[in-house]
Design a protein around this ligand. Structure first.
Ligand code: AHM
Ligand code: MG
Length: 335
């Protein structure tokens, strides 16, 4: 068999972030670099716990409900504590918002110039079955004179300076944007390093896959139903394939790589849909746009929505440009 020498010039996530910082020259203080390096460590630690969960009795419920009234799993609580502790210790963060915590966390006395919003372990319904879950995060820079206030995170997603997710699946992948495109990294467990494996991810302009929880069809509004009908019964006789994992990180990851559309619409039961703006919709919309795709509520660009509540929700359709434009046409007809 042929021997292929391993690569000798690995681009680690840290190297990549440092290079981006150097390219910004004097404008960059290095604080965002430190912060992202900190987030990278939390992802490795969460990944290691997710992998061992069944063995060390970390599966199942923690016995409490979070602010959304959902049962918290042990791994949700653990992942949240890992993120909060690491971000607090970084010294770079003055405000945090976590899906698992009711109020925004104001880091007392922090001179940190960043705010981080995150869902420490998204897709928790999948944990106990060993199906992919992930961490989602977004970063805002503190506004002048607004140090340590919640107003800093009640801002539209277009003001985020970085966003990303880590997917805990058959491999552990971290996908990041700092507004200069999207890059994907894979954790090499032997090295304990995220290695650049997916440089400059570009989402295809059109895909062949749709990803919706169609079990909610009874509640869906006409534009969503008509759109779904159009891709299931197309004039060209080539319907789309369905793929729905129920972990946003995994469904979005596949959409970025293969193209197509992911949707969690508003409907008669959930007036703003299910997904949370700050730490689900905005980071994923930022990544999608940076990869050349689109992200809309149906009627509005997601990144333009102004949140009024840290746990507020919005409808989400994101993915390949042409596919998302098709949904928008159906919404425009019914407006
Ligand atoms: P969670 O934050 O409680 O895990 O819920 C968010 C998840 C997303 O990952 C996923 O896209 C969605 O909920 C799936 O919802 P449903 O089970 O209604 O299809
Ligand atoms: Mg979530």
């Amino acid at each position: 068999t042929d021997f292929e020498a391993p690569p000798t010039d690995l681009i680690t996530l840290t190297r990549h972030i440092l290079k981006q910082q150097q390219e910004l020259g004097e404008r960059a203080s290095g604080d965002l670099t430190m912060l992202l390096v900190g987030i990278q460590v939390t992802s490795k630690y969460i990944a290691s716990n997710v992998r061992k969960a069944r063995l060390i009795n970390l599966v199942g419920l923690a016995g409490a409900e979070n602010v959304q009234g959902e049962d918290q799993k042990k791994l949700d609580v653990l992942s949240n504590d890992i993120m909060v502790n690491a971000l607090r210790a970084s010294g770079k963060v003055s405000v945090m918002v976590s899906e698992e915590i009711d109020e925004a966390i104001i880091v007392k006395g922090s001179k940190g110039t960043y705010c981080v919003v995150f869902d420490p372990l998204d897709g928790s319904s999948n944990i106990d079955a060993g199906v992919n879950v992930g961490t989602i995060f977004g970063v805002y820079k503190v506004e002048e004179g607004k140090q340590g206030t919640v107003e800093n995170v009640l801002r539209p997603g277009k003001e985020m300076v970085a966003a990303g997710y880590t997917m805990y699946g058959s491999s552990c992948n971290l996908v990041l944007t700092t507004g200069q495109g999207v890059d994907g990294f894979t954790l090499d467990e032997a090295l304990g390093e995220f290695i650049l494996t997916h440089p400059d991810i570009r989402i295809p302009d059109r895909g062949k896959i749709y990803s919706f929880n169609e079990g909610n069809s009874l509640h869906f509004y006409p534009p969503t139903l008509k759109y779904l009908e159009s891709i299931k019964y197309p004039a060209n006789g080539k319907p789309y394939s369905a793929r729905y994992i129920g972990s946003m990180v995994a469904d979005v990851h596949r959409t970025l790589l293969y193209g197509g559309i992911f949707g969690y619409p508003d409907d008669k039961k959930s007036k703003d849909g299910k997904l949370r703006m700050l730490y689900e919709a905005f980071p994923m919309a930022f990544l999608t746009e940076q990869a050349g795709g689109l992200a809309t509520t149906g009627t509005q660009r997601i990144l333009d929505v102004i949140p009024t509540n840290i746990h507020g929700r919005c409808p989400v359709f994101l993915g390949s440009k042409n596919d998302v434009e098709d949904v928008m046409k159906f919404y425009a007809e019914y407006d």
